[in-house]
Design a protein. Structure first.
Length: 146
């Protein structure tokens, strides 16, 4: 049959990623947050990722992009930055009370997105897809490293 774009793995994965991103962005819009902003709040609040460099790696963006994102979150009162580390030269990032409240709301959006797509698969199929995606990504360079 030859080349068939819509049957290709890359096409299908890219399309699903765009669909999921668009649904998530729409759900976050009332909060005035993007997926990246929500991921940063979750990294800080849920996984104790508290330095700009670690957050950049966690989210998968460059350090300069993270710096811009943190400035925006800070200007909205969602985070605080302060000197930290043993010598005070490392910046520590923490959620403000407003950031904690926003995180609770954006978690619901993320959980709804996960539930929407997970409901289309059996638990076994969801596990297989998740494991297959991890296997496909294993050993590949992170796009933020390009």
């Amino acid at each position: 049959m030859g080349y068939r774009l819509h049957a290709r793995l890359g096409f299908r994965v890219s399309r699903l990623a765009r669909v999921m991103q668009a649904r998530h962005e729409a759900a976050l819009a009332p909060e005035g947050l993007t997926r990246l902003g929500a991921a940063v709040l979750g990294g800080i609040g849920d996984e104790a990722v508290c330095t700009p460099s670690a957050l950049a790696e966690y989210v998968g963006i460059t350090r300069p992009a993270m710096s811009r994102l943190l400035r925006g979150l800070e200007s909205r009162g969602l985070i605080h930055r302060a000197p930290g580390g043993d010598d005070g030269r490392q910046t520590q990032v923490a959620l403000s009370p407003q950031g904690e409240a926003a995180l609770r709301r954006v978690r619901l959006a993320g959980e709804a997105l996960q539930a929407h797509f997970a409901a289309k698969l059996s638990p076994e199929a969801l596990t297989q897809v998740t494991e297959a995606l991890a296997l496909l990504a294993a050993g590949e360079a992170d796009p933020s490293d390009f």
